[in-house]
Design a protein around this ligand. Structure first.
Ligand code: ADP
Ligand code: MG
Ligand code: ZN
Length: 513
């Protein structure tokens, strides 16, 4: 027996839990900035380099090394703060957060404590049904990332059961912004959805600011989800005036779907703990994607344990009001407004637009339309065909090597009548396989609709003659029956015919047009 590590937590059915308890959320999002160099030294930040090749005395914490603040990172921090409707500090300092962990060579993390660069803001979050919920932001502060530990020899890749561990310090010192919400109350059973929608909205905003590549799967955007429960009054009403319950903090949840699932699980688990008359333990928890549960991590330290103190090696950050005003002028159109504007321009329904946003395809579609595609075709390709393939292969559409101009060109080939839909999909296969542009692929594969009217007419006549019963139905006014004939004509033409033309011709021949 290894005690709690293997214990399976009891859970209460989610709806049941919601009848007795009211959830409160707190979301902490860490975002890695996309600056070329680290927060306090000139080391490169590119993802995926060989271990320990992007390090220097400063980020390795060697004696005597002195940090210098990355001005670009401070600018990004201020822009993020402004985009989140925060106040920007006139003067603030970094602080040392002292604790030992092997992936943190200085034995402290340079962070900010009671003097964050940005504070008191909000982000409006649109939920699935279009309702807008305002999440209050407590602060956004600057800090540095830690290195990465790699645990070798165990079954799970976790430290438990591993033979030994390796540490890669490439990530140590990469600029991070931590964005912390105030406790989110009053969302009831929608808590998991709000958590997800908040992270999605934040990701969209950060992407629009171009301050990070916000890839959750690579860890450049990470979410810690705090959850607590408050008992409801006997009549089932939420009680806003009673103190908050004890929270747990589920660490490093790395997809939107996981944020939603982890919050949902924690609500069910904490409800079972409280139902049994036990206290919720204030602790960090780990999310397990495969089993859909959280397990106990470490008992959470209080801030006092970190012995925060102002960082003596760095000068305070005191952005002038002119600088802040200049940075404010660089803010992009807020994503929510931009979405509304584009939806109007493109003529999409609310549902269509939501699909596009959920697929992260707004920019792709915008560029595709700019390159000459119709909005309908751009949407169809990116959120239909390409998103479907990406999902099936567990990849991201950006990784296919297909560009907006490829899609615009493909759409052009369809609209000019050279390709039908199924041929266009074959051309797309070729583009994804690196065979060239759509026109090159269509040429190389000999894909062109047969423009020869005579051949099409011959095929139509042949099919009508071979299916007198069906033809009779169409003659009698059953126009839907023509579908079967069109299918056969397409077969005769080995798929290389324009289905619309074939249909017209069949109806003409049968006097049903
Ligand atoms: P820590 O240093 O423990 O990570 P932070 O202040 O950085 O603490 O973040 C805690 C997060 O949890 C914040 O978003 C805060 O609003 C939220 N929070 C605080 N108390 C509760 C509570 N009782 N229930 C749910 N969320 C809470
Ligand atoms: Mg925190
Ligand atoms: Zn360095």
């Amino acid at each position: 027996m290894t005690g709690t590590a293997t214990a399976v937590d009891e859970v209460v059915d989610y709806d049941e839990a919601l009848r007795r308890y009211d959830p409160v959320l707190g979301l902490e999002v860490h975002v890695e900035l996309n600056t070329a160099t680290k927060m306090f030294c000139g080391c490169a930040t590119a993802f995926g380099a060989d271990p320990n090749t992007q390090v220097c005395p400063v980020c390795l914490g060697l004696p005597g090394a002195l940090p210098v603040v990355n001005e670009r990172a401070v600018e990004s921090a201020i822009r993020i703060g402004l985009a989140l409707n925060c106040q920007i500090a006139q003067w603030c300092r970094f602080a040392r957060k002292n604790y030992f962990y092997p992936d943190m060579p200085k034995n402290f993390q340079t962070s900010q404590y009671d003097e964050p660069i940005a504070f008191e803001g909000h982000l409006d979050v649109e939920l699935e049904d279009g309702e807008v919920f305002r999440v209050l932001i407590e602060r956004a502060h600057m800090e540095e990332d830690t290195g990465k530990s790699l645990h070798i020899g165990g079954a799970t890749g976790r430290i438990h059961g591993a033979d030994h561990s390796l540490v890669d310090y490439n990530r140590a010192g990469i600029p991070l912004i931590e964005i912390v919400t105030k406790p989110v109350t009053g969302v009831g059973e929608r808590a998991p959805e709000v958590a997800r929608a908040y992270v999605a909205a934040l990701r969209e905003l950060l992407r629009a600011l171009q301050v990070s590549d916000v890839r959750m799967e690579q860890g450049s955007l990470r979410c810690d989800a705090n959850v607590s429960l408050r008992a409801r009054a006997v009549d089932g009403q939420a009680q806003d005036d009673v103190p908050l319950g004890t929270r747990t903090e589920t660490k490093n949840v790395n997809s939107l779907r996981s944020v939603e699932r982890a919050v949902r699980f924690e609500i069910s688990r904490q409800a079972a703990v409280l139902d049994a008359g036990r206290p919720v333990v204030q602790e960090t928890r780990h999310w397990h994607e495969d089993t859909g549960v959280t397990t106990s991590g470490r008992v959470k330290s209080d801030a006092e344990d970190y012995r925060y103190f102002p960082e003596p090696d760095l000068v305070p950050v005191a952005p002038s009001r002119e600088t802040v005003a200049q940075l404010r002028a660089t803010l992009p159109e807020p994503p929510g407004l931009r979405r509304k504007r584009l939806q109007g321009d493109w003529g999409y329904s609310d549902l269509e637009m939501r699909d596009v946003v959920n697929a992260g395809a707004v920019e792709l579609i915008e560029e595709t339309v700019d390159a000459g595609a119709t909005p309908a075709a751009a949407r169809k390709w990116w959120t239909g065909e390409l998103a479907r393939r990406a999902n099936a292969e567990g990849r991201s559409v950006e990784d296919f090597g297909v560009t907006p101009s490829h899609i615009a060109e493909l759409d052009g080939l369809v609209r000019s009548g050279r390709l039908n839909d199924s041929m266009a999909r074959q051309v797309l296969d070729g583009v994804m396989g690196g065979e060239g542009t759509p026109t090159e692929v269509a040429d190389a594969r000999g894909l062109t609709l047969v423009q020869d009217e005579g051949a099409l007419e011959a095929a139509v006549d042949k099919v009508i003659a071979a299916n007198p019963d069906v033809a009779e139905k169409v003659r009698g006014g059953k126009v839907q029956a023509a579908g079967a004939l069109i299918g056969q004509v397409m077969k005769e033409m080995r798929g290389q015919a324009d289905a619309g033309k074939a249909r017209q011709l069949i109806l003409d021949r049968l006097g049903a047009a």
